[in-house]
Design a protein around this ligand. Structure first.
Ligand code: AMP
Ligand code: MG
Length: 190
């Protein structure tokens, strides 16, 4: 039996994993459980096994066809999972050759989400968060480019809703207001 499928997206450094972790903890206290799946981790495990990369931040620099193959394999694997699923991924990935759709038609056909959440905030805040995260190799870009990426993500999310009939929800993860974002996400998942 399949449960609900919610996809959570947001530009690197917006804090989507942090919001997801908080929301799942809240729901667990109420006896609602979601299996949390990280799209990038599924892709990374295959990419490492194939000797393509050593760091997850190298994947977005791979040739487009390699990224698409990894993407499709990840979607197929995740589609086998049962119960309520929460998939942490990207509406679009910034590659050296332009934006790559994170959820092209062949991925959506596998996953068929009920809702896609876009976690967003002020581009300056994202820039500061990227600068203070030393665990990842984040792209070096200014707040104008981050703003453009968020705008593009809203546009492509509209296309995803046209393909699947899913709802699109924006959640703001502003500085000092993580609790608010966590509660909003929990409300969507309940
Ligand atoms: P993350 O840890 O969420 O930043 O994801 C790590 C990397 O996985 C990203 O930089 C992308 O290269 C890749 N990735 C994650 N989700 C997708 C997706 N839906 N389509 C293509 N690549 C993805
Ligand atoms: Mg993350």
């Amino acid at each position: 039996m399949t449960g609900r499928r919610v996809i959570v997206t947001g530009v690197p450094g917006v804090g989507k994993t942090t919001v997801v972790t908080g929301a799942l903890k809240l729901l667990e206290e109420e006896g609602i459980s979601y299996k949390s799946l990280n799209f990038g981790t599924y892709m990374f495990e295959t990419a490492v096994a194939q000797g393509l990369v050593r760091d997850r931040d190298e994947m977005r620099k791979l040739p487009g066809d390699a990224q698409k193959r990894l993407q499709q394999a990840a979607a197929r694997a995740m589609a086998q999972e049962e119960g309520n699923l929460l998939i942490d991924t990207h509406a679009s990935v910034k590659t050296p050759r332009g934006f790559l759709a994170g959820l092209p038609e062949w991925v959506l056909r596998e996953l068929m989400p009920d809702t896609i959440i876009l976690v967003e905030t002020d581009p300056d805040q994202i820039l500061m968060r990227r600068l203070s995260d030393e665990t990842r190799t984040r792209d070096r870009e200014g707040s104008g480019a981050i703003a453009d990426h968020q705008t593009f993500n809203r546009a492509i999310a509209a296309a995803y809703s046209m393909l699947t009939g899913c709802t699109i929800r924006y959640i703001t993860n502003a500085d000092h207001l993580l609790d608010l974002a966590v509660r909003e996400m929990a409300d969507v998942l309940r």
